[in-house]
Every structure is written in C-alpha cells, then in structure tokens.
Ligand binder design. Sequence first.
Ligand code: GSH
Length: 212
Amino acid sequence: GLDFYMLPGSAPCSIVQMTAKAVGVELNTKVVDLFAGEHLQPEYLKINPQHVVPTLVTEEGVSLWESRSIATYLIEKYGKDDSLYPKDPLKRAIVNQRLYFDLGTFYQRLMERYYPLLFPTFEGRVIPNAEDNLKNAVGFLNSFLDGNDFAAGEAYTVADISLLATTETLKACDFDLSPFSNVVAWYERAKAITPGFDINEMHGKEFRKFFK
Ligand code: GSH
C-alpha cells in the first residue's frame, strides 16, 4: 500500500481514506501524533515541510498533501472511470467549486466557530459572528442541493465525499442540522452509497473526544 500519514479525528484525512476505498487503493496508514509534536520532527518535515496531515507518498516516492488534491489524484490515477471526478470541463468545474467551497468556506467556518474551544493554539482566536457565518455556509450547501440529489448535481462525486467529511465533524460538534432539510436528506443519501463510511464515523467519534 501507499504510505499515508494521518490523525484519527481529522476530516481531511477522512476524505482521502474514503476516496481510497472508493477506487480500491490500499493505504499503509501511519498515525502522526500532532499533540506530541511528531509532525514537527525532522523525519516528518522531510516528508512534508508544511507539516500537515493528511500526506500521501505516491508510488514514485513523491509526497502529496491537501486532502482534496490527494483525493482527485487517487481517482485520476486509480479510478476505473471518471465518474467521481468527471473529465468534462464544466462538470469538473462544478465539482471543483464544491471542493473549494468545502476547503475555503465550509471547513474554514467550522474551524473558526469551534477550534477556539478545542485547541490551545486557537485559544483567543475568537471570531465575531462565527456561529452565524457557519450557519450561512451550511445554508449555501443546502441551496446547492435544491433539486439535486448530490452536491455537484445529479451524480455522486468526490465533492460528496469531501463535504461528508466536513459534515461528520459538524455533527460531532453537535451543530443543529435540522433547519437544513436538503443537507439532512443528502447526508443520508450519500452516506448510504459511500464505501468505507465507517471510517468517516470513526473520525467523527475521535473528533468528539476533543470536546472535554
Ligand atoms: N486544507 C488541508 C487539507 O485539507 O488537507 C488541511 C490540513 C490540516 O490543517 N491538517 C491539520 C494539521 O495537520 C490536522 S486536521 N495541522 C498541523 C499543523 O498545521 O502543523
């Protein structure tokens, strides 16, 4: 299997693991204990100078990071077809929009809302209106799902995998999803067809432990 550096409880790691399952790639999982500072040790910095998980080492020995970038690489390299990440430029653009929304808006706002409560390095970084900003982001996702079964339209793609990982973390924070009925229905629909969804649930459970 490919060496895969990860931390239980990490949504970005979940994205890569679910995608690997979907395309049938074996990962050789190595836990990096961020709380013990393992990611800042010289051995890890050699693998990833940006010292984040997830990181994947390819067959060529090249390190890749940024979860969504790893996920799309795995599909392009190992997928049996392009259904999870369509080659059609417009379809791909919509999938990419959802992926970048997940990275830059949805997960970002989750982080701004909850990380100051959980992690010492984020203490004091309290952002005004963080709760409303997060609710707006979930509202955007809800609107993308208007009349669509999946995040990027009628077909299930890597955008669903990515957004499911963030949504799982949101659930672990006990965020109330019930006002967002499209999101609630999509979560169940997408969960039911996601290979290895138990991995996502494991990450959610681990994230929950960060709340003392
Ligand atoms: N946008 C990145 C992705 O999607 O892969 C986020 C990666 C990230 O921030 N990972 C966190 C980390 O490794 C853990 S979930 N933090 C350690 C550090 O930044 O030093």
